[in-house]
Design a protein around this ligand. Structure first.
Ligand SMILES: [Fe+2]
Length: 251
């Protein structure tokens, strides 16, 4: 593919299911988000509601599946053609591995990849140890938006080492589009320069703010990263997650 086409983008990190986390509160709000995707030609996304045990945002696999079915039916009635796959943004917590063993945690679509969210406040030692344990068990891990986390902004060394061992990294588009602080952008560019980034996603939460990518966003990302890298991070690698045969790490 010579030109990165926004219509081929698969957004692997979105909060679009209604009433399940800090995303849309109703089916109507979810549909408004879905319409934003369809308006720019995007037809596939992965819904990744927060899973934060001990809070109201902790829907398990079954509830996510049910919510997704209700939303897809609603979108079909409204003729909004967006395919949404199941996922989960799993906040790091001490019982993560035991919950994974009990099949409570949802990987991304049909893949074996789990999207893990680091704590914004805590030191990352326990998270990195958990990631290493998961990888030793043969699980695939994608770390969500480390560029937004103060401890990673300060020190990327241990993270980079885990990437060398197979950890994959997802950046938020907003970090590159100056929607967060300057350190988020600097850390993003550093991770990209280190060849430590595998996915770029929106982490969208609504049709109003933190919304799905627009054509203007895509143009800015194209001029910042170039066609080749944008295609890899937004199209080639995400497509591999939808491949049921996929058992390999991304390049
Ligand atoms: Fe998120």
């Amino acid at each position: 593919m010579m030109t990165a086409e926004l219509s081929q983008f698969i957004d692997i990190h979105t909060h679009i299911l209604p009433g399940i986390d800090d995303g849309p509160k109703s089916l109507e709000e979810s549909a408004a988000m879905a319409q934003c995707y369809v308006d720019v030609g995007i037809s596939r996304i992965i819904a990744t509601p927060h899973f934060i045990p001990g809070t109201a945002w902790a829907a398990g696999r079954e509830r996510i599946r049910e919510s997704l079915q209700v939303l897809q039916t609603y979108l079909a009635e409204k003729s909004i053609a967006l395919d949404i796959f199941s996922g989960m943004e799993i906040a790091f917590h001490q019982k993560l591995i035991s919950r994974l063993e009990r099949n409570i945690l949802q990987p991304l679509a049909q893949s074996r990849y789990y999207l893990l969210e680091p704590s914004f406040q805590d030191p990352q030692g326990d998270l990195l140890c958990c990631i290493r344990q998961l990888m030793d068990r043969g699980e695939k891990v994608i770390l969500a938006h480390p560029e937004r986390i103060p401890s990673f902004q300060e020190e990327l060394g241990p993270l980079t080492e885990l990437v060398r061992q197979g950890l994959e990294v997802q950046l938020n588009m907003g970090s590159l589009l100056d929607r967060f602080n300057e350190l988020s952008k600097q850390t993003s560019m550093q991770l990209i320069a280190n060849n430590s980034v595998h996915y770029l996603a929106s982490d969208s939460h609504s049709a109003e703010s933190r919304k799905p990518p627009t054509l203007q966003d895509w143009e800015k990302l194209t001029s910042l990263l170039g066609d080749k890298l944008l295609t890899k991070l937004c199209i080639v690698n995400p497509w591999k997650l939808l491949d049921v045969e996929n058992t390999h790490s991304c390049e």
